[in-house]
Design a protein around this ligand. Sequence first.
Ligand SMILES: Nc1nc2c(c(=O)[nH]1)N[C@H]1C(S)=C(S)[C@@H](COP(=O)(O)O)O[C@H]1N2
Ligand SMILES: [Mo]
Length: 412
Amino acid sequence: MRRLLAATQQALAAPPRNPRMAVVIGRLLAIAFLLCFGTGLYSHFLQEPEPWMRFSTVPAQLYQVTQGIHITAGIACFPLILGKLYTIYPQLFQTPPVKGPLHLLERASIALFVGASLVQITIGLLNTYQWYPWKFGFREVHWALSFVVIGSLAIHIAVKLPMIARFWTRNSEGTRELRGEASDAAAPVAESAPVGGVTGRIFRWIDGAPAPEPAVSRRGFITAVGVSTATVVALTAGQSFAALSPFNIFAPRVKGTGPNALPVNRTADAAQVLDTAVSPDWALTISNGRRTVTLSRAELLALPQTTVDLPISCVEGWSQMATWKGVRLRELLNKVGADTSQGLKLTSLEKKGGYRVTQMGPEYAFDASTLVALEVNGETLDIDHGYPARMIAPGRPGVLQTKWLSKLEVEA
Ligand SMILES: Nc1nc2c(c(=O)[nH]1)N[C@H]1C(S)=C(S)[C@@H](COP(=O)(O)O)O[C@H]1N2
Ligand SMILES: [Mo]
């Protein structure tokens, strides 16, 4: 058994499979994971705020940027994780497979880490394509898994710290030794002492055996990982970042397409509002306790109109700037005597769906650029964009930009 494992390791030896490479890719992955985690927490609390939480409404593109980073960094994880797995693959066959309880724990935490990360980035990617081929709630699972990933990442880093330090820079002791430059260069790497439970030799060749002909050179490997990461980022980031928009090949939404030159996320048909949205009886109800005001679309159009540039920034990654025109929400709230400490409950005409009823904090409700929009990009709102009236506020996730408004209720 031991022999078989050792032989497998030897057969898998290749120049990019060394601890220095594992550390270099690991650093990039850690950055990507932390970016995803931080921006993910922000996105989560915007959608499910604790009662005491208040958010910044400036800059209006804040969420567009944080969510763009979230999706783009998540996509970059694919080639990076594959590269990292390639690099450490021979470690699967280390001998003995388990040295003791601590070693078992270490290997189990890595298994958990790798498994959870792969599931996490895969369901995240599928979500950007609005494809939910599973039964569970995406948000709950993505949220819970993020703690498994970050927790096991922390354990992983702690366990590997001695090795990470040994290979951290080009001139670290371990790196120089790998290059055969260390002061004790005469001693073959194969005999180097175990470091943090890992011997340098595992990544190279075994016990003085001749180096195998490299099938993949170190430089070829770096190029492959680098080019594939840059490519997937460049070809998808255009959904979130306007400058890269011409290169948006793989990302599902394309800027400037759709009615009103704006992509649609949920159509009026899907929301089952094709009849109610165009009914002549439609009116927007605004209430604060007993005080209620009801305004038809013509009455809304007769009020002072404000024009603002605000993005739709979908949690699924795509975003687009648009020019909105309509009535300032705070002017409507003043009509029912709401004060600036009060939040709002928004109800859509939509018959069912997760975003039929949403909540808006006072910082958004009373912001001067938050509108009950009636027009977009110089035209009447298309029914797919929320005709007869929709909410548009700065810095909010797209899911909270409620279309086909029906009721606004000031919270006590
Ligand atoms: N009532 C309602 N409003 C909604 C949604 C919805 O499902 N129902 N989807 C939201 C989502 S997820 C996004 S990204 C934006 C997209 O706006 P658009 O379709 O006008 O571009 O609308 C939001 N408004
Ligand atoms: Mo969205």
